[in-house]
Design a protein around this ligand. Structure first.
Ligand code: GLA
Length: 386
């Protein structure tokens, strides 16, 4: 995992690559979703938080329309593009994320200037922690500042979603960028995905004697490939058959009737979304009334629902979750879009060692690659560093 370059280091690297100082530096975090999976594009509820791993970008406005980009990760060298001719078919690797943002801003009518960009990140890539959104959000806050475009957080959420959907080609919702742009230290972001209303909910695991462990299974996933889109299509079908605008409008008490109207598979998909929305609301209530120790069972139920009803888990995620629970975690679930990536385990601090050891051992015994296990805590959302 790369260590984040300090501000001075990024500045001097920028100057040596581009021959001038940057106009500024910005950062945006990755995210962990505490609960509320595949509910965002159903206009439901989610409860993610911004993590203490960030993408950082140093940027300078150019007098022409050329974009020059370099990252401290990835093996692409200095890459050129032109703001007048941004083309999803030609963008490669990580450059899709900054270029997608510039493209989406142009689609909104913003005159995007040429830019020099140096990117750095310590958000693990491919781990389901939204390293791509961290890049997109760092770039969009930078461009918003530099062009004085006056975009609100909500505008930036929609523009980065457009970048993901129509430039990167991943039909994702608004959760990840909302956490990255609107997160705060010690808080989870309770987001209503219908109207983008946010309530920041206290989530201070440490103060409760807990640690939130991420278990990166190293199983790679991509939301631009089939599974994510297929789940989204099932949800849309379910909403259409049930005659509602989105599954957000189906309540627990409607499920019995829905089971008679939907085929068995679509019903299971719908049941996941409906029960998950309810779990988010109950998690928020419990966090506000009793604190993080109270939410373990809801995390477990969420995982079971994703494994059995939504069918987006995988053997490695299930093993991570079950082993963490048996070794003392209060609750555990896969986090993010699924089909790989990471699980989270809410663990008493004095059981952290046991959970780490047990999960490591279980993976070795199963013949899986060694997982990466590390703690995360809710951190600030995107901001200007310098
Ligand atoms: C990915 C997407 C989000 C959301 C989650 C599942 O992270 O980017 O929009 O749909 O999957 O909850």
């Amino acid at each position: 995992m790369s260590v984040p370059a300090g501000i001075g280091e990024l500045r001097s690297r920028f100057a040596s690559v581009f021959g001038a100082a940057p106009d500024g530096l910005w950062q945006a975090p990755g995210r962990v979703n505490l609960i509320g999976e595949h509910t965002d594009y159903n206009e439901g509820y989610v409860l993610p938080f911004a993590i203490d791993r960030t993408a950082r970008v140093a940027v300078r406005v150019r007098p022409d329309s050329t974009v020059r980009m370099l990252s401290t990760f990835g093996n692409q060298g200095l890459t050129h593009a032109d703001t007048g001719a941004l083309d999803p078919a030609r963008a490669r690797g990580w450059t899709k994320y900054p270029l997608g943002v510039l493209w989406a801003l142009e689609q909104r009518g913003l005159a995007v200037p040429g830019l020099d960009l140096l990117l750095d990140s310590d958000v693990p890539r491919g781990a389901g922690l939204s390293s791509s959104h961290a890049i997109e959000c760092a770039v969009i806050v930078a461009v918003n500042d530099l062009t004085r475009a006056g975009l609100s957080a909500q505008d930036m959420v929609l523009a980065t979603q457009r970048a993901e959907n129509d430039f990167v080609g991943a039909p994702t919702g608004i959760m990840d960028q909302s956490a990255s742009l609107r997160g705060a230290a010690g808080r989870a972001v309770f987001l209503d995905c219908r109207d983008q209303a946010v309530r920041l909910v206290p989530f201070d695991a440490e103060a409760a004697g807990l640690v939130l462990l991420v278990i990166d299974t190293k199983v790679s996933h991509s939301h631009a490939s089939g599974g994510y889109a297929a789940r989204r299509a099932s949800c849309e079908l379910g909403a259409e058959v049930l005659g509602v605008r989105a599954l957000r409008d189906v309540g627990l008490s409607d499920l019995e009737e829905a089971s008679g109207l939907l085929d068995a598979e679509t019903f299971r998909r719908v049941r996941h979304v409906v029960t998950e929305n309810d779990r988010v609301l109950r998690t928020v209530e419990l966090l506000e009334a009793s604190g993080p120790r109270a939410i373990g069972a809801l995390l477990d139920d969420s995982h079971a629902s994703m494994r059995d009803d939504f069918e987006i888990s995988c053997p490695e995620l299930d093993l991570a979750v079950e082993t963490a629970r048996h070794a003392g975690a209060l609750g555990a679930r896969m986090t993010g879009g699924g089909f790989g990536g990471s699980a989270i385990a809410l663990t008493p601090a004095d059981a952290e060692r046991a959970v780490r050891d047990a999960v490591g051992r279980a993976f070795t015994q199963a013949g899986y690659a060694a997982p990466d296990i590390f703690p995360v805590r809710p951190a600030a959302g995107a901001l200007r560093l310098a």
